[in-house]
Design a protein around this ligand. Structure first.
Ligand code: DX5
Ligand code: ZN
Length: 230
């Protein structure tokens, strides 16, 4: 896989919410590709974050990069409609959180966004079997969803390989995204297992140092360097 096919998507869950626009501008200027936008509802997951108003605020602020909305909410359909309206580029949801997976995926595509399913560490991959043609991406959680800063679950590497096999067998151009505990220490092996899109929250925003205005440039360069190792 060539370098330009790899996508680095900082999760703004670890950004400074008091200066979110600036943080997003900075990581994008430092070479990040997408903005990963974690939506939590204190129902599907035990945490509460940000909604469509914040997505729209980033668009109004001038963010033109893809906004990758990861819905950790139940039910999902109302939020799909709201995020389409708010300027999302892609919308992924957890199949357990939708009564009608096929319909929810279709809603996303009908709204002009890219669609994806998210698999928790214990969610079996066969849930994608009958909707492959409605997917643009698959997101594998390498932690249980709800919080940033958790440790990567090593067993995910086998699941990435299994998902890669399914995608290749389908012949469809689906992206394979991994989210949770991704950083310099494991990026190369996550890519080697078959992922092409990498969410990193604490690894990127945690690299911030008041004394170093180029901290985001440095960490994103280092992450890209890891991707050349395979
Ligand atoms: C977890 C979120 C992740 C999280 C990643 O529920 O979906 O996007 O913010 O954060 P790190 O990279 O710190 O694990
Ligand atoms: Zn996420």
């Amino acid at each position: 896989m060539s370098q330009q096919d790899f996508v680095i998507a900082p999760s703004i869950l670890s950004a400074n919410f008091a200066r979110l626009g600036e943080d997003v501008d900075q990581v994008l200027a430092s070479g990040a590709d997408w903005v990963h936008f974690d939506v939590m509802d204190n129902h599907y997951v035990p945490n509460l974050t940000i909604g469509p108003m914040v997505c729209k605020a980033l668009r109004d602020h001038g963010v033109t990069a893809p906004i990758d909305v990861h819905l950790m909410v139940k039910p999902v359909d109302r939020m799909i409609a709201d995020f389409i309206e708010a300027g999302a580029t892609s919308i992924t949801f957890h199949p357990e959180a939708s009564e009608h997976i096929d319909r929810s995926l279709q809603m996303i595509r009908d709204g002009g966004c890219k669609a994806g399913l998210v698999f928790n560490p214990a969610t079996p991959l066969h849930l994608m079997d009958h909707v492959m043609d409605k997917l643009d991406m698959i997101l594998l959680m390498s932690v249980n969803p709800g919080f940033g800063g958790q440790k990567f679950i090593p067993h995910t590497l086998e699941k990435i390989q299994a998902a890669r096999t399914r995608i290749d067998a389908s012949g469809l151009p689906l992206r394979l995204e991994v989210d949770g505990g991704v950083g310099l220490n494991n990026l190369a092996e996550i890519a080697a297992a078959g992922a092409d899109t990498f969410v990193a929250g604490s690894a990127i925003f945690g690299a911030r140092q008041a004394s170093d205005p180029h901290a985001f440039d440095t960490i994103i360069k280092q992450l890209r360097a890891e991707l050349t190792k395979n």
